[in-house]
Ligand binder design. Structure first.
Ligand SMILES: Nc1ncnc2c1ncn2[C@@H]1O[C@H](COP(=O)(O)OP(=O)(O)OP(=O)(O)O)[C@@H](O)[C@H]1O
Ligand SMILES: [Mg+2]
Length: 298
């Protein structure tokens, strides 16, 4: 089993009456790219702020590497929480040199991190001439300059065009391949599916789900179906999308095979001349559930 790098226990943050993070439990293991997924206002930034020691928890706790968070443990963590302050008239290289000095990091790391974020060719240009994507990449470079074990990113692709988004995703994968553990907040399921290995879903500060990303597309729908027809049972078994069929309280429960949905079953029955009197999707795939959570307005 991989080592636990972060353990969160009942972490809570109240802002007055508003509970921004509600009894959150999470575990992140070494080598994971862990996504914190949730719609706007679900508590992602507040959670990351607590983990970085910039927001005080109302209650609960967390530990890094099995120890309570201290200045020393935080030195092993690099974070891009908000747009960091860079000097506009200095080059990317000079900004990173200043950064390394402030953090007591080895300046020899600078060339490597510039390479990772693909800014080596532009390192001598002034920061103010950088595109938004380049600024974001320099922020990642600055978080990496002290060679942290863990990298925390809050919505790293926000505001970028598709090209910029793709670049950041490649960089995140490269950093993960380099052996770092990454914690990344996002409101996009697609982003989490593309770059994360594990993830948690937050909704109004509450944990709705956590697990490996490859589970997301899985999980079958169960469709409740009823029709006044003697052969319904036989026909349900004929349907190619049926995995198992049960009858409960006079209603058929059809567990669908992966990729089949209630509309497929409805169409099949209709083509057989059967009009259902009852047709309800009961269990939805995780993907559908999350898309519904993410689409919630706040
Ligand atoms: N300093 C603060 N004072 C009062 N309320 C706050 C403060 N910071 C955050 N909140 C509230 O806490 C809730 C969670 O906010 P948070 O920024 O953590 O969400 P988020 O998931 O990061 O959202 P987004 O996707 O918009 O970045 C929101 O309702 C927000 O208004
Ligand atoms: Mg946020």
């Amino acid at each position: 089993m991989a080592e636990t790098v972060l353990q969160i226990n009942k972490l809570t943050k109240n802002f007055g009456k508003l509970c921004a993070v509600n009894q959150l439990d999470l575990e992140v293991k070494r080598g994971q790219v862990f996504g914190i997924l949730g719609p706007n206002g679900s508590g992602k930034t507040t959670t990351l702020g607590m983990l970085m020691g910039v927001t005080n928890p109302s209650s609960g706790s967390f530990s890094w590497f099995g120890e309570p968070s201290t200045h020393f443990t935080r030195k092993k963590i690099g974070a891009v929480l908000e747009h960091p302050i860079f000097y506009p008239y200095l080059s990317g290289q000079k900004n990173l040199e200043l950064n390394a000095m402030i953090k007591g990091a080895n300046p020899a790391n600078i060339a490597k991190v510039l390479d990772i974020v693909e800014l080596s060719a532009r390192k001598d240009d002034k920061y103010k001439t950088y595109s938004l994507g380049m600024k974001q990449r320099l922020a990642i470079a600055s978080a990496l300059v002290s060679d942290p074990i863990i990298l925390i990113l809050d919505e790293p692709t926000n505001g970028l065009d598709p090209m910029g988004i793709a670049e950041i995703r490649e960089i995140v994968k490269r950093i993960a391949a380099d052996g770092k553990t990454i914690i990344l907040a996002s409101h996009l399921l697609d982003e989490v599916q593309k770059v994360c290995t594990h993830f948690a879903v937050l909704r109004r500060g509450k944990l709705m789900h956590s697990g490996p990303v490859d589970e997301v597309g899985k999980g079958e729908e169960t469709v409740e179906v009823m029709a006044y027809h003697d052969d319904l049972s036989v026909l349900l078994q004929e349907f190619v999308g049926s995995a198992t069929i049960k009858k409960e309280n006079g209603i058929f429960q059809v567990m669908m095979k992966d990729g089949f949905h209630s509309q497929d079953l409805n169409k099949f029955l209709f083509e057989k001349g059967i009009i259902t009197s009852h047709l309800v999707t009961k269990k939805k795939t995780l993907e559908k559930q999350f898309l519904e959570i993410l689409a919630e307005a706040h």
